[in-house]
Structure formats: C-alpha cells, structure tokens
Design a protein around this ligand. Structure first.
Ligand code: EPU
Length: 354
C-alpha cells in the first residue's frame, strides 16, 4: 500500500476545482482496504471515498483520508431465464460499462449512457436519466465496512434507493425527530456492483427528447444501440462535457410537492413544468424554476449557470483560473434564495459538498 501526501485533486473532480488530499490511498482491491485498516496511523482516520469525482464540490483541502477507488473488471457472472447478471468493479468508468454491455449484447443500460462518474458511485445516488434509474437494473453490490474491514453484500431493498438517494447518502445519526437512522455514508466502500440486464428487453421511450429523435428518424421500434446513440446525442447537445467545461451534472434535485401545493403554484405560475408521479405527488423541473428566476447564463465569480440547461452549474475559469468551491456554493445559495423568494420552494443540492 502506498500512502500519498498532498495529492492534487484538480483532475479528480469534474468541476476542476483546485484542492489537495492531505493523505490519499489508491484502492485497487479489497486487500488495499485491509492494509489501511491494519495501519495504526490510518485505521482510525475519518475516510472519504472518491470515485470519479463527478458529484462533489470541494470547498478546501480534504483532511479525511481519501480512498481513491480504482477497482477494475467487467464480466458476465451468471444468467437466468429473465436476465444477464453483469458485474463491474467500482472503479470502472460508468459510460464505458454501458458501452461494453451493449457491445456484448446485454441491453438495459442505454438510457443511462454518458452519465459521468464511476460504477461504484452509481448506486450511491441511484443515477437516473430518460425514464430509467439505476435501481431498475440493479442486482446487488459488494462493499467493505470501513471500520471492521468485513465485506458484505446488499440487495436492492437493502440499498433503500430513492430519487437520487440510497443508504449510502445517509448517516446513522438520529434525525431531528429523534428517529435513529440507518445509514452507511462514510462507513462503507463499494467494491463491485452487479446489474440484472433483462432478456425480455423493451425500449424505454416516452421522454420528450427521445420521442423527438424517434420522429426525426424513420425508426419506429429502435433497438438498444439506437437508443444509446440518441441519448449520447441528446446529452451532448444540452449538457456540458466535463472535459471541456467543468461541472457536476444537475446541481439540484427536482423538488416534489403535493398536488395541493402544485395547484397553488400553477395558479401563480401557469407555465411551470411539472410531472405527475405514481404516488400522487408532483415533480417540478428545477431547471425551469432557476431559468424563470433569470439565472440561465449568469455568473458569480467563476461559477456560472450553464446557458443550455439552468440546472447545471459550471466552472467558467477553465483549468487556468478555476472556480473555487466557495464560489460554487455562493452561486448555489443565491439561486436557492431566488427560487425560495419567488416560488416558496427550497432546492436541495444534489452533489456532496466536501
Ligand atoms: N428547463 C427549462 N430551462 C432550463 C432547463 C430546463 O425550462 O434551463 C425545462 C425543460 O424545458 C424541461 C424541464 O425543465 O421541460 C426538464 O428539463 P430536462 O428534461 O433537461 O431534465 P431535468 O429534469 O432538468 C433530469 C435529471 C438529469 C437527467 C434528465 C433526463 C435531475 C436532477 N436531473 O434533468 O440528470 O439527465 O432529467 O432524464 O433529476 C444529473 O442528475 O446529473 C442529470 C443530468
């Protein structure tokens, strides 16, 4: 095990924010975690698990021991009548995995193409796009308890997936109401994820952007590769490529409100973009709310609101004069204040602020 000191993280977070890991260990296998836990200087340290850095805002140097996950590997582990079970190491690039599954004839992840980040981070926030969420294709995952070093396996129910949410985003501290929570944030490192990719595959269409592509083409029933290509085109046209413009994807979650609250807002704001959810609640498009407050294309310092999608905050300083985490959070707070003042809604950030 190599313990690295003062490691620059600018290229390890997709915003391109300058910060250092005071101490960093690269985790290529479970044995590396065992070595950390056997090391007297590291065993008790607070730990921060870093994947592709595509969903974090670094507000300073990271004092916790950074465990940079670099566990690789992709394979078909089994199949049953319903699905192919594909397993990938947590350090694999997410989009490369999606591409690999399709090239090998296992469809199901195509709607999730081009989402930045690693395989290990995908269950943490239950990534989702164009009508498919990770939980729809999830089989199980392996993780290591960062206190005991023991490995364990979780199925979907045990991951407690929600909208951009899972057990890995919660701490086990009691909540404000005193209910003791069950959470694994900061306590576990995901090593491998298994996906159940359906043999009776059906395309997930229905999203307006995909329907537009389908109508523009002469293809009535697209196959998985066709959908993959459409999704790549849609995302490239409206979301910034982090290699060119630093960003962390959608910066806020889409808020959900009760039908009564929604009716009340529609009265005041008839154009508000909203979607009915199966449980009766209504999801509002945060991008529309931010846009309606006039933020699209605006900046504070080097933190900007992307011109083509107001839900995405970007690094306008490039690699030379990169945005700081403080600037990003100042802009985020200003946006939250505007949206609250106009709509009475509190936007919740999606990335983890470190
Ligand atoms: N809109 C505006 N102005 C804007 C941005 C959006 O009016 O500046 C309107 C759009 O016209 C549209 C609606 O808001 O009617 C929703 O926008 P969009 O279809 O782009 O989707 P979204 O709700 O903003 C979510 C996910 C994305 C995912 C897309 C597609 C969240 C927080 N974001 O975005 O996920 O790719 O749907 O399914 O749920 C991510 O999580 O990082 C991410 C990119």
């Amino acid at each position: 095990m190599l313990v690295e000191k003062n490691v620059p993280l600018q290229t390890s977070n997709t915003f391109g924010i300058v910060a250092k890991a005071l101490t960093l260990v690269r985790v290529g296998s479970q044995a590396d975690i065992a070595a950390v836990l056997q090391n007297p200087a590291l065993r008790a340290a607070a730990k921060f698990v870093l994947g592709g850095g595509s969903n974090i805002v670094l507000t300073g140097d990271v004092k916790a021991l950074v465990l940079k996950v670099e566990i690789t590997g992709r394979r078909l582990v089994s199949e049953n009548a319903k699905a192919w079970i594909v397993e990938a190491g947590a350090g694999e690039n997410w989009h490369d995995l999606v591409t690999w599954t399709l090239q090998n004839g296992y469809p199901g992840l195509e709607n999730l193409a081009l989402i930045p980040g690693t395989v290990g981070a995908s269950p943490v926030q239950n990534i989702g796009a164009y009508g498919v969420e990770l939980q729809d294709r999830f089989d199980s995952l392996d993780a290591v308890d960062l206190t005991t070093g023991r490995s364990f396996t979780l199925n979907a129910a045990q991951c407690a997936f929600g909208y951009r949410d899972s057990v890995f985003k919660h701490t086990s501290k009691p909540d404000a109401a005193g209910h003791s929570g069950f959470g694994l944030a900061g306590k576990a490192l995901i090593t491998k994820v298994r996906f159940a990719l359906p043999k009776a595959w059906k395309p997930v269409l229905g999203y307006a952007d995909i329907e537009k592509k389908r109508l523009q083409s002469s293809i009535d029933v697209p196959d998985a590769l066709q959908i993959y290509e459409w999704i790549c085109e849609i995302r490239k046209a409206k979301l910034p490529d982090p290699k060119l413009i630093g960003n962390a994807g959608s910066f806020f979650k889409n808020p959900t409100v009760s039908p009564e609250q929604c009716a009340d807002i529609i009265q005041r704001e008839p154009k508000i973009v909203h979607y009915q959810l199966a449980d009766g609640s209504v999801k509002l498009a945060a991008g529309w709310l931010i846009d309606a407050c006039g933020w699209r294309g605006k900046s504070i310092g080097n933190a900007g609101v992307y011109e083509k999608q107001a839900l995405v905050l970007v690094n306008r300083g490039g690699a030379g004069h990169p945005v700081t985490g403080g600037e990003v959070m100042t802009l985020a707070k200003a946006i939250q204040t505007s949206v609250y003042e106009r709509f009475g809604l509190r936007l919740e950030p999606e990335p983890v602020v470190v």
